[in-house]
Design a protein around this ligand. Structure first.
Ligand code: AHR
Length: 537
């Protein structure tokens, strides 16, 4: 017998031989055991966060068109993009970068738009940066889509004083010179800043600092970049307020744990009375056999599909490795791991600048997104937040625009289907699934998570990674007598299918409903598909 089943439980996969006692039908396909009588950690809605960098057409054209544009807008922010993002209940948006953040001077982006100091975007193609989209415009955008602000301050080329003043400008309510300036610029009450990134990739574009050098700078920034809004912070830095801002230090890119070690050692050695952090960042991008900026976004074959999908699982190892280091310093898991840059990084769309990172988005990328969201959910005891890179027109985008045209990507559809998992409680599952093999690349054909939402409703997300074969999944639940499962399935004819301006509905979800037989659900997952269902008990 050539069984090659793979068991996939909460955190690990174990390859094992064929179980001859398994029912014939399930032995061909997959069994999902849902421990609905047990409850895991909460899946923070913030793992569905997004990233909008001042890069290419991520902001200019994608979000900001200006008040005088013929594209419908509210105070310069395009209305079609806002409407689409509102539907995703985006929990937080990271801005202004990215590499851009460590060369950003916030004062260039305030005041009357026609008097703003223009500059260069030296990270992303040396293009002209008009600074017409600055603090007020970003905050307006966040408020229009009903999200929260994650501001990344400039550690690489800026000073702690500048960061402190920016925070005072945004969040204070006393009549200081900076607050009066904010009011003169049109904003009476403080802006809400829920998250603060202290630098970006400080080991790379954010200053090329050693871990030790970064930690010394970071401590001062964590101390002086204070949120002064009385509705958020306490009366002093020693007393936490009702809705404290979360400070996120730079952590590793991929697998280099030096930053994790150095930051966590400093945190444990503790500041407590002068500085602290609540999160540590991790960045990791997925690509296929050719690497970032080179793998084709469409027109790839099964070999390239399989390698990229397999590579998506590297995220699990990077999280596990860094969580292990964090556990040594922080066994109570007070500091969250924040994966504030993730996604597939492919070659740029023909006719666009490679440094503007505008790439096509296919069904394969939607499948990679579901894998990442499942990994974050499984690690939700430590992973408290994540930000897909990026929101509009850059890398694995939710939305692609071209002048007045806009299209929703397959990745957007996954984020929409996963809405019930925001702040739901993880339910442990065990998986036994047929193997998918392409050449030397093998993986289980099924990935799945389950969770209960705030109303107690059980939800399951199931991804069939196999691009060629449908998968029959028998679910066995403890603590639940399933009657029906209802939800949506996302698939298409080809793994490289995309939504285009001309054909926007190629990769869109369809309704699905199945009845249970003796409390067991049999779900037939189409090849290369993502299914999210709620279970009626
Ligand atoms: O998301 C694009 C870039 O990737 C970011 O600016 C940087 O932080 C990362 O290297």
């Amino acid at each position: 017998m050539s069984c090659n089943f793979i068991r996939h439980n909460f955190f690990v996969w174990i390859a094992f031989g064929c179980l001859s006692t398994m029912p014939a039908q399930a032995a061909d396909e997959a069994i999902l055991t849902v421990h609905a009588d047990q409850s895991g950690p909460m899946i923070s809605r913030h793992i569905f966060g997004q990233f909008a960098e001042q890069l290419g057409s991520g902001i200019y054209g994608g979000v900001w068109v200006g008040e005088n544009s013929s594209i419908p807008n509210v105070r310069g922010i395009r209305s079609d993009v806002v409407a689409a993002l509102r539907e995703l209940k985006v929990p937080n948006v990271r801005w202004p970068g990215g590499c851009f953040a460590d060369e950003y001077y916030w004062r260039n982006g305030i005041g009357p738009i026609d008097q703003r100091r223009a500059s260069y975007n030296k990270n992303w193609g040396d293009v002209f940066e008009p600074n017409t989209f600055g603090t007020h415009e970003f905050m307006d955008f966040v408020e229009q889509i009903g999200s929260e602000a994650y501001i990344s301050v400039n550690v690489g080329t800026g000073s702690a004083r500048e960061a402190g003043e920016w925070l005072e400008y945004m969040t204070a309510d006393q009549p200081t010179a900076l607050v009066n300036e904010r009011k003169a610029n049109g904003r009476e009450k403080p802006f809400k800043v829920k998250f603060l990134g202290i630098g970006n990739e400080s080991w790379g574009c954010g200053g090329a600092l050693s871990a030790e050098a970064y930690v010394e700078r970071m401590k001062t920034f964590a101390m002086v970049a204070r949120n002064l809004d009385p509705e958020q912070s306490g009366a002093s830095r020693f007393i936490p307020g009702p809705d404290p801002m979360q400070r996120i230090a730079v952590g590793p890119g991929d697998h280099n744990p030096e930053y994790t070690e150095a930051v966590m050692r400093a945190w444990k050695g503790g500041g407590a009375y002068s500085w602290s952090i609540e999160g540590l960042s991790l960045h990791h991008y997925t690509s296929g056999e050719l690497g970032a900026m080179r793998d084709p976004a469409t027109g790839f074959g099964e070999h390239q599909y399989a390698i990229l999908i397999k590579n998506a699982y590297q995220m699990d190892k990077f999280i596990a490795d860094n969580a292990e280091v964090m556990d040594r310093y922080d066994p109570d898991k007070k500091v969250g791991l924040v994966v504030d840059e993730w996604g597939v990084w492919l070659s740029a769309m023909p006719g666009t600048s490679p440094l503007h990172l505008k790439q096509q988005n296919s069904l394969r990328d939607a499948i990679a997104a579901s894998i990442h969201l499942n990994i974050f959910a499984r690690h939700s005891d430590r992973v408290r937040m994540a930000n897909i890179a990026q929101m509009v027109n850059v890398l694995q985008a939710m939305i692609i625009t071209d002048n007045e045209r806009m299209v929703i990507t397959p990745t957007y559809q996954v984020f929409k289907m996963y809405l019930p998992f925001q702040d739901a409680r993880l339910v442990p599952v065990d998986l036994i699934a047929r193997e998918y093999r392409e050449g030397d690349t093998t993986m289980p054909s099924l990935d799945a998570i389950a969770a209960r939402d705030a109303d107690g409703k059980l939800w399951m997300a199931l991804t069939n990674l196999d691009p060629n074969r449908s998968l029959r999944v028998e679910t066995r639940s403890f603590g639940v007598a399933a009657k029906t499962a209802r939800g949506h399935v996302l698939t298409a004819d080809r793994v490289d299918a995309v939504n285009s301006f001309e054909s926007p509905n190629v990769v869109v979800p369809n309704s699905v409903e199945v009845g249970a037989v003796q409390g067991r659900l049999i779900l037939d997952l189409p090849s290369k598909s993502i299914t999210v269902v709620s279970v009626e008990e």
